[in-house]
Design a protein around this ligand. Sequence first.
Ligand SMILES: Cc1cc2nc3c(=O)[nH]c(=O)nc-3n(C[C@H](O)[C@H](O)[C@H](O)COP(=O)(O)OP(=O)(O)OC[C@H]3O[C@@H](n4cnc5c(N)ncnc54)[C@H](O)[C@@H]3O)c2cc1C
Length: 402
Amino acid sequence: MADFGGDTELEAFRAEARSWLEANFPASLKGKGALASAEVRSNEPDLVKWRKAIGEKGWGTPTWPTQYGGGGLSVAQARVLGQEMSRIGAFNPLMFGMGVTMIGPTILDYGTEAQKAEHLPRIVRGEVQWCVGYSEPNAGSDLASLQTRAVDAGDHWVINGQKTWTSGAQYSDWCGLLVRTDPQAKKHEGISFLLVNMKQPGIETRPIGLISGASPFCETFFTDAVAPKEALLGQLNVGWTVGKRLLQHERASQTGASMGGRPPAALNTIAKKYLGTDDKGRLADVDFRSRLVKHEMDAKAHALTLARAAAEAKGNNSPGNAPSVLKNSATWVAQTRAELTLELMGSQGLGWEGDAFNEHEIEAVRSWLWGKAMSIYGGSQEVQFNIVSKRILGLPDTTQSA
Ligand SMILES: Cc1cc2nc3c(=O)[nH]c(=O)nc-3n(C[C@H](O)[C@H](O)[C@H](O)COP(=O)(O)OP(=O)(O)OC[C@H]3O[C@@H](n4cnc5c(N)ncnc54)[C@H](O)[C@@H]3O)c2cc1C
């Protein structure tokens, strides 16, 4: 990885990134970052073209090592690449895939050379979709209570059990699966992490229908499903450690305060439209104005803290426990913004569909509802508070493990 000490080198990289993006990012996709959402696996031709181009360049996974197809960029260069993308309304089409945000980084941390060579290049090129099989009907926050079993059958594992809330399982090729491999051991000590091929008869996915009509996640059933012995990521019965690392990577990817990848709306502009202005051009509603200012200050503080954490991390890719703080503050900013948006829209902020509401109003309602998930997925808000109190502040343990 190149060591970019000075601004000159970084500016040279900026020029390189700019010209590559200009040559490769399809203009028709400008500002359509929502297409990258994991919920929308669109096959729009320009998006397919863009996925291929960025995958081959390795810039969808900019800091991953070049030997696995990644961009090999420093954190500073990756930030410049992100800035250059934003400048022209481009986006990383791979950024929400669980292969990129969670599984790949965990394989980089714990994988054997063979596992890295098998899985990482396909994630880099966006050729495979991954899901994460952690939660079970009786194991959510208390994840270590999980009961899905993997039994050693000589040269392979036989897996039986049920997962739930498995995002995108119905579309996935592979699953990062937490299983119990030693039922006699203490609950945190008999767990292993397997890389499981989803395309086999022993795995059934049943999409869970939401009130909106969408089915973003599944109940996932394993009935004598199989995985080769080499599917074990990390050591046998030490899967809790591997699993926690994946969660840190997941939470690190959830620290931006946007809803499902959608860029936050410019609240001040919307507020002026709905509430009007006084003779000095300020928002007419004094109470709303002060709450909006407080929110903007919170959002700015979050963004600056995020930037500081990134700068302090430098080349260190291990996220640690800081994402638990940042995930909660990102959630606070995004959910407050959604509440304020609906409030200022008044009765226009109650629409789900129909001609009486414009697309921004409908989007605002859907974002507000979707945003409720932010304080649940990746470990609930309360669980993040527990992690902060225990692992960062060193306060006494809680009744359940986080
Ligand atoms: C949109 C979405 C996508 C998801 N995708 C996935 C996925 O891909 N794979 C996957 O495995 N899971 C996924 N999940 C599941 C998610 O990880 C769990 O919902 C989450 O961990 C909470 O578990 P639970 O739903 O069982 O709630 P519970 O654990 O039953 O918690 C219920 C309430 O009790 C509180 N609580 C529980 N224990 C404590 C405690 N010790 N201290 C304080 N409060 C506590 C919680 O904060 C929560 O408010 C997804 C969830 C959502 C909403």
